[in-house]
Write a protein that binds this ligand. Structure first.
Ligand SMILES: [Zn+2]
Length: 274
């Protein structure tokens, strides 16, 4: 397979963003003793070698959740943490059938055998739990459980730098899209848990699109949940990757922007509201 390349940008003294050729990013946190790669993107290039070009510290991986665009090439690493609530998602997403479907349809790759795809992690995951802290030397990562998009979805808080990485947990168009996703009322509870940390960060980063959001994003998505639960959302029919979903807020034609200009939207299954 062609060796796809990455680009990166330094965001703060301890944080790098690494972007793959599809526009998905992951984050590298470098302390004085260790480095942590938060997700690995689609992993179609040698992400391990790329990271070694940015830091000489030993690197371990934390997966925020078990979706293929966040965990490609995880098999190149020896130490990988994941919330074990995402194991059923991991097993489903890494099945031969799903990986080939994803590669051919989402990534538009001409592949006929999974041996041509980036290696997935086949050792035992190290467990990741709500509130767990990782001391890397002068920078600490605290992981926060925000169940919804997947059952084991985690956000990361870089404590000394007051940065929150929401990942796919809360964003411009949060997807509660399949059998593994929470219903809207359970997801709302998760967002209220994330809100308990709100005084501890000033910056919000994500892994798709513009990568950066205003802090109001969290309140805006909580409001989306409230509207859906009250049956007062715009309830726009919306298809994504073969899932028949509903969108909370109408979009300006041809854009991902809400009509009212605010950021934060919710895609949900009609049968998984309450
Ligand atoms: Zn995801």
């Amino acid at each position: 397979m062609k060796n796809y390349s990455y680009i990166h940008e330094k965001l703060s003294p301890h944080l790098w963003r690494i972007i793959d050729h599809t526009g998905v990013c992951c984050y590298l946190v470098v302390g004085t003793e260790k480095a942590c790669l938060l997700d690995t993107t689609n992993g179609l290039g040698d992400i391990r070698e790329y990271v070694q070009g940015l830091t000489s510290r030993p690197v371990f991986v934390i997966l925020t959740h078990a979706h293929l665009d966040h965990m490609g090439s995880t098999g190149l690493f020896d130490e990988v943490y994941m919330n074990l609530e995402d194991l059923p998602v991991y097993d489903y997403k890494t099945s031969t059938e799903h990986r080939l479907y994803d590669a051919q349809n989402r990534l538009k790759l001409q592949v006929s055998d999974i041996s041509e795809l980036p290696p997935v992690y086949n050792k035992e995951f190290r467990p990741l739990i709500d509130g767990q802290c990782f001391e890397l030397g002068e920078i600490t990562i605290q992981m926060i459980s925000v169940k919804g998009h997947t059952p084991g979805m985690m956000c990361a808080l870089l404590k000394e730098e007051r940065i929150a990485i929401f990942g796919d947990a809360c964003g411009v168009a949060v997807m509660l899209m399949d059998q593994f996703s929470s219903n809207v009322s359970e997801y709302r509870e998760s967002l209220l848990h994330l809100k308990e940390y709100e005084e501890q960060y000033d910056v919000v980063y994500r892994n798709h699109g513009t990568f950066t959001s205003p802090k109001e994003l969290l309140d805006n998505v909580i409001e989306c949940c409230d509207l859906v639960l009250a049956g007062k959302d715009d309830h726009v029919s919306f298809q994504v990757y073969g899932h028949d979903l509903f969108l909370c807020h109408k979009l300006k034609p041809g854009t991902q922007e809400r009509m009212d200009g605010k950021e934060g939207n919710l895609l949900y299954l009609p049968e998984k509201v309450k």
